[in-house]
Design a protein around this ligand. Structure first.
Ligand code: NAD
Length: 264
């Protein structure tokens, strides 16, 4: 079957380029018949997002800066005007000052703590507030997290704190919206080389470490994340809410470095 998402309309937030996790998700749901809209922030990204949106059969490309309430309002007002309703949202957005994704968490500034939490955590709640009034039972919200929320990962720092709060907000939102038949989940993706990831100190080392020590002995791809997102966004995931699904080649289950990697 190629119609798991037939008749479903979804807003994809966070495509920066063709390496973005949001793009992997967009491709997976599009292949199953979803109708898509895309948001972007900043004119510089529009020229990258436009051809991807067109490739995904979309003519709905909206500016949306999640730090700006009016900008989120305007994006969802346009979705309502164009579609009259909405079935799913993918929130694949995070930001922190690159200078603080290196060295000690201890040195996090108040200003960057607040900005990181605002963009990487609160924005999912802000988006949910606008999406829910457009949704029917069967609606689904999805965000992206990382294992640095659960355990200390080198250089992830304040972003780990923000992801912990994001994963907690997924549970609270799931409980609020469950009675309306709307599901809320996150995917905890293994490390993938994207624009956002390039800001994290020693990211190549983290990638290599995961490849050597994850049970599947490889890194995940945006296609892997897309396929898991398809499950959570489609009716296949109908019984799943408040969940944080690890798509990390099993890395989160491992308590010690693999013997074969230690031998190398
Ligand atoms: P990416 O750089 O492709 O995407 C990040 C997106 O966030 C960009 O499109 C950027 O424009 C957007 N963004 C930043 N500030 C914004 C704002 N104020 N308003 C609206 N959008 C804004 O990188 P990615 O790795 O695909 O990141 C997507 C999500 O996946 C993030 O939440 C990230 O933390 C998460 N994640 C990434 C990895 C990884 O290793 N790449 C692993 C786990 C989780």
């Amino acid at each position: 079957s190629s119609s798991l998402m037939a008749g479903k309309r979804g807003l994809i937030m966070g495509v920066a380029n063709d390496r973005s996790i949001a793009w992997g998700i967009a491709q997976a749901v599009r292949a199953q018949g979803a109708q898509l809209g895309f948001t972007y922030v900043g004119d510089a990204l529009l020229k990258r997002v436009r051809p991807l949106a067109e490739q995904a059969g979309s003519d709905l490309i909206l500016p949306c800066d999640v730090t700006d309430e009016a900008s989120i309002d305007a994006a969802f007002a346009t979705v309502k005007e164009r579609w009259g309703g909405l079935d799913f949202v993918v929130h694949a957005i995070a930001f922190s000052d690159k200078n603080e994704l290196d060295g000690l968490y201890l040195n996090t500034t108040r200003a960057n703590f607040a900005r990181t939490m605002d963009i990487s955590c609160y924005s999912f709640t802000a988006v949910a507030q606008r999406a829910v009034p457009l949704m029917q039972p069967g609606g689904s919200l999805l965000t992206l997290s990382y294992y640095g929320a659960e355990q200390v990962m080198p250089h992830y720092n304040v972003m780990g704190v923000a992801k912990a709060a994001l994963e907690s907000s997924v549970m609270y939102l799931a409980n609020d919206l469950g009675p309306k038949g709307i599901r809320v989940n996150s995917i905890s993706a293994g490390p993938i080389k994207t624009l956002a990831a390039s800001g994290i100190g020693d990211f190549r080392f983290i990638l290599k470490w995961n490849e050597l020590n994850a049970p599947l002995r490889r890194n995940v791809t945006i296609q892997d994340v897309g396929n898991a997102a398809l499950f959570l966004l489609s009716d296949l995931g109908g019984g799943v809410t408040g969940e944080n699904l690890h798509v990390d080649a099993g890395y989160h289950t491992v308590g010690m470095a693999a013997v074969d990697s230690a031998a190398e």
